[in-house]
Design a protein around this ligand. Structure first.
Ligand code: AMP
Ligand code: MG
Length: 289
């Protein structure tokens, strides 16, 4: 008898949530950016499962949206961090892109504008939080306040050091309001980053993505490593855990984030909201119309 093909989800030998969840004190410098934690399959299996999971993700997101439309207070916030070329944009396109854009509140955070600078750093973040029923996506986030701000010394040490506590308090408050937070940090190796930057320089369709400052960042990788290590250690909390995702293999990072997001939405355990009208009466009215 021919061997039955394994359904690809069984290729997650350890659940993504378990394999990627940051454990305080783990050594970030030991993370292998080319690894595929938890996943025993090949690229092709991963791409196959991604497509299948996409349908599930889309249905779960629609349930969330329906829940929000019928008075529910839950929402989900996906926070994406990572250096340039780590693949944040690809996650948005290929993972978030699988769900109905109506239900997504996407926001990218760059250098604060003049208006934003007139407020505390959480002001623009609060304004972008997902409303009930929405999947919020932050492409960079409040966590830059202890990343680029620290590495580029945009604030004195005494000031940015205080942010860890504020970040945790803020996220606890957001979680208490009904938002399920999933924080993903994408890690690309220096070699792969170089390759991706070279591509941005070689290809006219990628020039728009290139910023000369991206090369300066390469001179600061040890500082970023230290900043990320402390970020993960100090702001991984039960209500807002960090997932450290190796991102040299784009297909793996996309599959892993899809899995994390699907798991998060599933955990909300939302059914379809019941009809708030008399179905039989409406059917009769429709038939008679
Ligand atoms: P990109 O993600 O390529 O659009 O680049 C956004 C840029 O904004 C990056 O260089 C970040 O370091 C920078 N950025 C994001 N948040 C902050 C912040 N709070 N303070 C200073 N720079 C920031
Ligand atoms: Mg950039």
């Amino acid at each position: 008898m021919p061997k039955k093909a394994k359904p690809p989800e069984t290729l997650w030998q350890t659940a993504a949530d378990e394999a990627l969840r940051w454990r305080r004190g783990a050594d970030l410098s030991a993370l292998d950016e080319a690894a595929t934690p938890g996943w025993a399959g090949k690229r092709r299996d991963g791409e196959q499962l991604l497509a299948a999971r996409g349908a599930e993700l889309a249905e779960l997101q629609e349930r969330l949206f329906a829940h929000g439309r019928t008075g529910g207070d839950r929402s989900v916030l996906l926070v994406l961090q990572g250096l340039d070329t780590a693949g944040k944009g690809g996650i948005v396109r290929h993972v978030v892109g699988m769900v109905d854009p109506q239900g997504v509140m996407y926001r990218g955070f760059g250098v604060p504008t003049r208006e934003e600078q007139e407020h505390g750093y959480l002001w623009r973040i609060r304004n972008a939080l997902p409303r009930p029923g929405y999947l919020g996506v932050f492409d960079r986030s409040h966590h830059e306040q202890v990343l680029v701000v620290r590495v580029d010394r945009l604030e004195p040490v005494k000031t940015w050091r205080k942010h860890y506590r504020e970040l945790n308090e803020f996220e606890a408050e957001v979680a208490a309001s009904g938002t399920l937070i999933v924080k993903v940090a994408l890690f690309v190796s220096p070699g792969e980053q170089k390759k991706r930057l070279a591509e941005r320089l070689d290809r006219p369709d990628k020039h728009w993505k290139f910023n000369p400052s991206d090369i300066d960042v390469r001179g600061k990788l040890p500082q970023y490593l230290a900043a990320y290590q402390e970020l993960l250690d100090r702001t991984s909390t039960p209500v807002a855990p960090w997932y450290a995702v190796p991102a040299d293999r784009k297909w793996y990072a996309r599959l892993a984030v899809t899995e994390l997001l699907t798991g998060a939405l599933r955990s909300l355990d939302l059914g379809w909201p019941p009809a708030d009208f008399d179905i039989v009466a409406e059917k009769a009215r429709l038939a008679a119309s």
